[in-house]
Design a protein around this ligand. Structure first.
Ligand SMILES: [Zn+2]
Length: 249
């Protein structure tokens, strides 16, 4: 079975002691590739370094989380993306967070738009972080000339259809293994527009730190809910991931 974790943060310090083993376990679990996402200048730099260390297996995306506004300068991240555009597979995570981020909606939107423009310019997909702002983000990008992935989607069921109709992707996290609201979304998702992720080190379906190999539990859960066999789900999703991020291992 070929699977992938399309969004995680193994650039966190909590992986410094055993990153090799984590990568090994991912390979053993059948992961074809892992995408690590930065969320500000420093984590983007770490993400890039890790993708170079595990070249051809770990891929990097560079972004700027709305939660970092006021703590880190987004313009450094913007320039970094332009400088390393050939070494990354997407721009993100970027977006709007009306649950946790302290900055105003207007400020978040203004900064988000700068990253949307950069993604268009370098012709890379967008990895979107949207919390209590899924619809607003969707309306901002729906007519733009980009591919977008709503990472760790926890928005409404009705918006799922609109996102897919616009040709954008829904990425469900390992939350699907234990959160009823995410499990309910699966009935509304089309396999053609679905991706799966762990968002490690967060959202573990077990206890403690999450890691990419755990994405297999999300795959199993999807097969079970949709009543589609494991291989059909993984074949479809690995194809989606390869196409969106232009990864061909
Ligand atoms: Zn994330």
């Amino acid at each position: 079975m070929e699977i992938a974790d399309i969004h995680c943060h193994i650039n966190f310090d909590s992986f410094n002691g055993d990153r090799d083993e984590v990568i090994n376990r991912a390979k053993i679990a059948g992961l074809e590739f892992v995408i690590d996402s930065g969320f500000d200048y420093a984590s983007n730099e770490r993400s890039l370094r890790i993708s170079q260390m595990y070249e051809g297996y770990v891929y990097s995306t560079m972004g700027f989380s709305p939660n970092r506004i006021g703590k880190s300068d987004y313009r450094y991240a913007l320039n970094q993306i332009l400088e390393f555009s050939d070494s990354i597979v997407a721009v993100g995570e970027v977006g709007i967070d009306l649950k946790k981020a302290k900055a105003s909606y207007e400020k978040q939107k203004e900064i988000f738009l700068e990253f949307v423009r950069v993604a268009e310019e370098i012709e890379k997909p967008l990895v979107i972080h949207a919390r209590k702002a899924e619809e607003r983000v969707f309306n901002i990008i729906k007519s733009r000339d980009i591919t977008a992935v709503f990472h760790c989607y926890t928005g409404s069921e009705s918006l799922v259809r609109q996102i897919q109709d616009a040709g954008f992707y829904i990425s469900l996290s390992t939350l699907v293994c234990f959160a009823d609201n995410v499990e309910k979304l699966v009935r509304h998702v089309d396999l053609d527009y679905l991706l799966l992720e762990t968002d490690s080190p967060f959202l573990s379906p077990l206890k403690g730190r999450n890691e990419p190999s755990n994405v297999k539990f999300a795959y199993q859960k999807i097969s079970q809910i949709m009543d589609v066999n494991n291989d059909d789900v993984s074949n479809k999703l690995i194809k989606n991931g390869s196409e969106v991020f232009d990864i061909h291992p």
